[in-house]
Every structure is written in C-alpha cells, then in structure tokens.
Design a protein around this ligand. Sequence first.
Ligand code: EPZ
Length: 416
Amino acid sequence: MDKMTVRGGKRLKGEVAASGAKNSALKLLFASLLAEGEHVFHNVPELKDVESAMALLESLGCACRREGKTLRIHVKAPKTYEAHYDLVRKMRASILCLGPLLAKYGQAQVSLPGGCAIGTRPIDLHLAAFRAMGADIQLREGYVHAEAGRLKGASILFEFATVGGTENAMMGATLAEGVTTIENAAKEPEIVDLANYLNKMGARITGAGSSIIRVEGVERLRPAEHTVIPDRIETGTLMIAGAITGGEVTVTRCVPLDVDALILKMRESGFKVEHGKDSVTVWGEKGWKGVDVTTAPHPAFPTDLQAQFMALMTVAEGTSVVTETVFENRFMHVTELLRLGADITPKARVAVVRGRPDGLQGAPVMATDLRASASLVLAGLIAKGETTISRIYHLDRGYERMEEKLKGLGADIGRV
Ligand code: EPZ
C-alpha cells in the first residue's frame, strides 16, 4: 500500500493550478442520469472518487469515456435501478443517484451508505425530502427502496443546510409536477454549479446559492455540456501549503471568492493574501499568530479545510481554538498531529491548539480520511526530518496529483 514521504523545511514558491472540484464533478455525473443521450463534462479531475462515480454509472448501463480532463457519458435507459452496496460503501456520494433515478424512472434501490470516519452521516433529510415529493420510501436489507409515479412539487424545509440533501432534492424536483421550494438550502458553490448544469439541461431552477431554491418541474431534460468549477478545498489546501512553509505560492485557475472565509482567517493570522479574478497569492514570514476558527455551512469556514487549518495553527505563535460544528467526529487528525509534536487538546467538537512555532518533528503517521491526510502532508512540510504518511489512498480520493503539484513548488516529497 502506498505511503507518502515528506522531508520538511523547504520554502514553497511558485504557481500551481487548481483542478476541477471533486464535490461538484460527482454530482454533475449523477445528474446526467436525468436525460438519456451524450453529456460532456470538461475539467473533470482524475481522482479515485470520480472513478467510483463512473463505475456506478456503468453498473446502471451508462458508457463513460475519458479523454484527458473531458468526460463523455452516454446515458441509456438503466439495466437496473440499483446502486449496489459494494459501490456505495466506497463512496458515500453515490447516494446522489437516488434523486435522478427516482425522478426519471420512478424507482431506485440505493444501498444505505453507513457511517464513516468523520461521523454517522445519516441521510434522513434526503429521504424526508423525497417523501414530501410523494415518494414511497422503505428501508429494507440495508437498502433504500424508493418508488414514485411522477414526483410532485413540495415545500421542503431542511433542519440543517445539508449539501447532499439540497442537491438530491433539487435534482429530483427538476422533473416533478409543479413547483418545489427548498428552504434552508445549502449555499455551497457546488450547488450553484449543479443548478447551472441542470438549467443547461432545460431545468427551471432559481435561487441556487441562496437559502431558498425554487424549482419549477419540467416534463423532460436534455443532455448538455459543462465545465466543472475549480476545487475550492484544493485551492485552500495549496494556499496553506505555501503559508506553513513561510513561502510564496500563487494558486491559479481558482475562484478566490469561494475561499473568502480562509482568506480572512489567514489575514487575521498575519499572512498577506492578494487575489486577482482567478488567482490568489499567499505569502508570509514566520511568526503568524494563532486565531480561532469555527466551521459551518458556506459561506462560513468550511469543515473540509478544518484539518488543514489546524496544521497551520500547530506552528503559530499563541493559541487557537478550532470548533467543528458540521460533523461530530472530525478530529481524527489530532492524534496523528500529536505524533509530530503538536500541542492540541481536543474536547468533543472543540480543539485547543497551542502553537509551537519550531515544534514539529517528522514521524510515521497514518491518514484516516481525505482531509486528515492533507493536514498530515501540510504538517510534514514544516516538520524537521522525515514524515511518512501511510494509508495515503485517502488523499488520492480527492486530490489530483497532490505530490506532483507540491514538488513543482519545491517540496521534498515522494511515494514509497
Ligand atoms: C458534502 O457532504 C461533502 N461531500 C463533504 O465533503 C463536506 O464535508 C460536506 O458536504 C459539508 O460541506 C460531497 O460533496 C461529496 P451534509 P454531505 O449533508 O453532503 C448531517 C470531503 O472531504 N446530515 O451537508 O454528506 C450530516 O451527518 C467531504 O470532500 C444529517 O443529519 O454533507 C452532517 O453532520 C467529506 N442528515 C451534516 O448534516 C442528512 O440527511 C452536514 O452534512 C444529511 C446530513
């Protein structure tokens, strides 16, 4: 099994381009199920999770063809309406095929995803939305069995601004009879990207990116062509990579506005951050200070950058309080950061990080999930000596060619 080795202490410098957003690409791929024919996606990152989404689409009878960053999906009437456990357990986002299958074909059997390293992650809000739209939903033998005639427009009010729930409901509503309103909708940029694509297919969605989304159902949708937005979490991770080494890094082909919450926190901590229309540059000398951060749905500080920001805080001057409000178990990286010499006290959803500007030393550590692996790579960039990160396959699920990108900026990093 692959391990990554980082020898810390190199100042990163230069330009690096962001890839297409994983969390947008996956939903766009599933949305293609809403219309038979050929869909074309550009800027699709080459990631394990995208391969898993393609495998699921192929198991349903679609034909996927990749040419570099372009992905062509030929959607045909499914051979089966089942998303098998073996595919869903590899990638929870597979639950996002439920809305499209149910809306287009009136049925779907999707394996329940189960818990994962960062929390129990139920899908009750997704199911409540489909029930409100008139679907009959049963849970049997580990599967969601969903059936409906044509879905009916409904008023949905989410208890929590769930990203996946908003996306699933929005996709389902595109072909429903009548109007659906989704209140307390999630406002992430990936939701706007999905709505833009669905509208290209002929859907009538307004309000995506705000907390109230309105979808006027249509009779049918058509295939479309779309370019995936840049990955804001990868952008933020690369910005922190520059910052933690006291270097100067420009991330190009990104959307600076999508990392606004991170930019504000980095400036508060003492870094200089400047941005153009589609690039952002971070630089700073040693001596940044500890700042508090609380994760929450967009546009607040993203939970998907919490682990990476914590790595930055382990070598700040002073104390930082990191509060995780989105997931109940997203501090798995803490015990591994402790192995590198960090001084952190986690208590439930709050971690107190006492910065040690020269304190990290390389050690063998283990990745537990995608963003935790990224935080260990970042910590490795500043730790003295060698850090070996095992279970690095977590990183490959969501970061395209991470070590090549970091090497290009001057990092001493490789795989064993
Ligand atoms: C998406 O997950 C992302 N995944 C996550 O990225 C991201 O961390 C998360 O949104 C929050 O931004 C993809 O886009 C594929 P949620 P999702 O529904 O949709 C609870 C990464 O590292 N909840 O907004 O699953 C849930 O348990 C990943 O790239 C319910 O209780 O997130 C969690 O505590 C990890 N019932 C909270 O809401 C539900 O029915 C937020 O979940 C649905 C969610």
